[in-house]
Design a protein around this ligand. Structure first.
Ligand SMILES: [Zn+2]
Ligand SMILES: [Zn+2]
Length: 108
């Protein structure tokens, strides 16, 4: 069997290009990005809504810094079990990723 990489919170600085699809409505778009985590190699999907609820801990995980930010932040959301993963973390290997936002680099 293949050993999974251990859970580890690590910031991955390079900006990744994910494949984005827009769902939702014009007023409330929802972007669904898919790609693979460069740290653990698993496929992952991230959903980012236009309006983002505040998260108790603060920070920008899974959020944009500002609506116009060219880079969106997320954490790895893969479905593999990377251990030792804290109980409050639902998924992923702990990698903190930067994603090029939809349309970035396409001249828009
Ligand atoms: Zn990962
Ligand atoms: Zn993984």
């Amino acid at each position: 069997m293949t050993a999974l990489s251990p859970y580890r919170v690590v910031e991955h600085a390079p900006v990744l290009s994910f494949h984005w699809e827009v769902h939702g409505t014009d007023d409330a778009p929802l972007w669904v990005g898919s790609g693979s985590c460069p740290l653990c190699g698993c496929a992952m999907t991230v959903t980012i809504g236009y309006v983002q609820p505040p998260i108790p801990k603060g920070g920008f995980l899974g959020r944009r810094k500002t609506p116009d930010s060219p880079v969106w932040y997320t954490s790895c959301r893969c479905e593999s079990l990377h251990i030792p993963r804290p109980a409050h973390v639902p998924a992923g290997c702990g990698a903190m990723l930067r994603l090029a936002r939809p349309g970035a680099g396409n001249g828009s």
